[in-house]
Design a binder for this molecule. Structure first.
Ligand SMILES: *[C@@H]1O[C@H](CO)[C@@H](O)[C@H](O)[C@H]1NC(C)=O
Length: 304
């Protein structure tokens, strides 16, 4: 926004800002749905709390965590949920929001929110599993306290990239590099999931801080469920998936547009800012773990 001061450019910039606002409003037409239009509890039904029509809470106590899943599976598109994480002492707890396919060679796109002791920051871990193999962790701290308010967390999946964003700020971009022989997840439909559970063997400060059950229940709140993706019936044949979810002459899906999902100049700068100021772990630079950097890292780094 500081660049708005540039006088010769100011008119153009105001115009551009206006355009972008208008565009993003068009994008927001897919409005939020109620929880049970899209999702259902997948375990521990009795650990759900419904607050009116809008807010859903899940609690973790000594007996159980809880989880929900989408009723349908999807290919490509954008999934957003607003989450308010466990307030106060959340050490040892993990809240996850992710997409996953089924089977031994599954794909998965993960947000994992690692709790902390009161006053210490939550960490956000993202990861991708491709053909059953993960090990692509990145970790960052957020630029706000995620326990005070709802913030939106999105997974944007197109045939060309997967983008994780927080309040529409991209925090991770994973590009399709199939032309270099690197596999990319684009042939398995995925469900959308969230859960809260006890992971005090690893989550907080490397597992040193344990869950303090005297502070239970640990409650995560959700609202603003949005799925704008190609929805697949439960029993769809593999051959039909590609046909149904790729654009053809009759229908164009927005995620097949040449620039869909591509970061704008502004978003690329945001991603650089996040990486420089908030990311404290990246598997791509963990030479102890990967003496030879994974091939995709080389290519991803060249892009930024
Ligand atoms: C918890 O807080 C400590 C101290 O500020 C920090 O080093 C750590 O990254 C935080 N997050 C987790 C999940 O341990």
């Amino acid at each position: 926004m500081a660049s708005l001061n540039l006088i010769p450019m100011s008119k153009l910039r105001v115009f551009l800002v206006f355009c972008c606002l208008a565009l993003s409003m068009v994008g927001m037409v897919s409005s939020a749905s109620k929880f049970d239009e899209l999702f259902q509890p997948s375990w521990a039904n009795d650990h759900f709390i419904y607050e009116g029509d809008e807010v859903l809470k899940m609690k973790l106590d000594y007996n159980s965590g809880a989880g929900f899943q989408s009723k349908s599976k999807y290919m490509f598109g954008k999934v957003t949920v607003q989450i308010k994480l466990v307030e106060g002492d959340s050490a040892g707890t993990v809240t996850a929001f992710y997409m996953s396919s089924d089977g031994p060679t599954h794909n998965e796109f993960d947000f994992e929110f690692l709790g902390n002791t009161t006053g210490e920051p939550y960490s956000v871990q993202t990861n991708l599993y491709i053909n059953g193999v993960g090990n692509r962790e990145q970790r960052l701290n957020l630029w706000f306290d995620p326990t005070k308010d709802f913030h939106s967390y999105s997974i944007h999946w197109s045939p060309r990239q997967v983008i994780f964003s927080v309040d529409e700020t991209p925090i991770r971009e994973h590009s399709n590099l199939e032309h270099r022989g690197i596999p990319f997840p684009k042939d398995q439909p995925m469900g959308v999931y969230s859960s809260i559970w006890n992971a005090d063997d690893w989550a907080t400060q490397g597992g040193r801080v344990k869950t303090d059950w005297s502070h239970a229940p640990f409650v995560t709140s959700y609202r603003g469920f949005e799925i704008d993706a190609c929805e697949l019936p439960a029993s769809v044949a593999v051959a039909d998936i590609a046909r149904k979810c790729s654009s053809s002459n009759e229908k164009r899906y927005w995620w097949d547009e040449p620039t869909a999902g591509e970061l704008s100049v502004h978003q690329s700068h945001q991603l650089i800012w996040v990486r420089a100021n908030h990311m404290f772990y990246d598997y791509c630079t963990d030479t102890a773990r990967f003496p030879v950097a994974p091939l995709e890292c080389e290519h991803h780094q060249h892009r930024h």
